[in-house]
Design a protein around this ligand. Structure first.
Ligand code: ZN
Length: 318
């Protein structure tokens, strides 16, 4: 059984007019999931706000308290204009991290084989003490820490196929020997980090793997990085849980990226991750939405991803 976090509450995080990270992204995903026939077959999870003590396992307490206060005060832009928010955005950001936590609970308790979290705001640009790139709290980082501290999972792998580098996730785990972070991303591109030479330090040395590619990169480059570098590293690392930072702005036609992955490519990547997960951690995968800004592209790519998580083939679904 695949679990799904998809809740209208996430639309209450309202961003500025014409902002690409819009509530309509969730409508596009929900409509496509419904049309696929999957919406009634997956196990729906109800997200709760992540408690501050879970947030502060990935973020500085001073940062978390200050950003929630700033948002509640009505400040419309955070991080010098990098993050557009409304007064409810703090609450919704806690719910986004809480959605990832609910999915970790479902998968690690065995109630679900895997899970997809269609949450927003996204998270992978949020560092330990900074909001940036539409992100407030780092949902996958909070989920990884939660799996470790609450479920006793020793090692967690995070695979990030968003077109942008997951600088926040890298920042949080850069010197951590218990979390493997692997990212494909466009370079040069926002946020400017993620060189192949950024490999982690101290106990984390070798546990950050960056594969930057130029505009136009597609499955030969991105799939190659997964098959040749990331998945062998995951097998060697033997994590108890695999998280995916599932950004669909690496799909062809996205307005904020110049990669050329197709819906079929996301299905292939998903299957490859699931196969590896099967061999190292009983198939336990929790996927968390990051970017994806073409509404039709996001809808079809996320659906291809969910179909693969659910079990492989549309014919089995319809
Ligand atoms: Zn992105």
């Amino acid at each position: 059984m695949t679990a799904l976090v998809l809740d209208p509450i996430y639309k209450a995080h309202e961003t500025a007019w014409d902002h690409p990270e819009s509530p309509e992204r969730l409508d596009a995903i929900e409509d496509a999931f419904r049309q696929s026939g999957l919406l009634d077959r997956v196990s729906r999870l109800s997200p709760q706000p992540a408690p501050l003590e879970q947030i502060t396992r990935a973020h500085d307490r001073a940062y978390a308290e200050e950003i929630l206060r700033t948002i509640a005060d009505g400040e419309p832009w955070l991080a010098g204009g990098d993050v557009s928010v409304c007064r409810r955005s703090g609450e919704i950001a806690l719910l986004a991290a809480g959605g990832a936590i609910a999915a970790v609970d479902a998968v690690l308790s065995g109630r679900a084989a895997n899970a997809f979290c269609a949450v927003r705001p996204p998270g992978h640009h949020a560092t330990a003490d900074e909001a940036m790139g539409f992100c407030i709290f780092n949902n996958v980082a909070v989920a990884a820490r939660y799996a470790q501290k609450v479920h006793g999972i020793e090692r967690v792998a995070i695979l990030d196929w968003d077109v942008h580098h997951g600088n926040g996730t890298q920042d949080i785990f850069y010197s951590d020997g218990t979390v493997l972070f692997c990212s494909t991303h466009q370079s040069p591109w926002y946020p400017g980090t993620g060189a192949a030479t950024e490999c982690g330090v101290g106990p984390g040395e070798g546990l950050t793997i960056n594969r930057p590619f130029g505009a136009g990169a597609a499955m030969p480059e991105i799939g190659g990085a997964f098959v040749d570098d990331f998945l062998p590293a995951v097998r060697a690392f033997r994590p108890g849980l695999i998280l995916i930072s599932a950004g669909f702005d690496s799909r062809v036609g996205d307005p904020l990226g110049e990669f050329r992955l197709t819906d079929a490519d996301f299905a292939t990547l998903t299957r490859a991750v699931l196969d590896t997960a099967q061999s190292v951690c009983d198939g336990r995968v929790v996927s968390v939405l990051e970017g994806g800004y073409s509404l039709p592209g996001l809808a079809t790519a996320a659906t291809a991803h969910l179909i693969e998580l659910y079990g492989g083939h549309t014919s089995r679904v319809k």
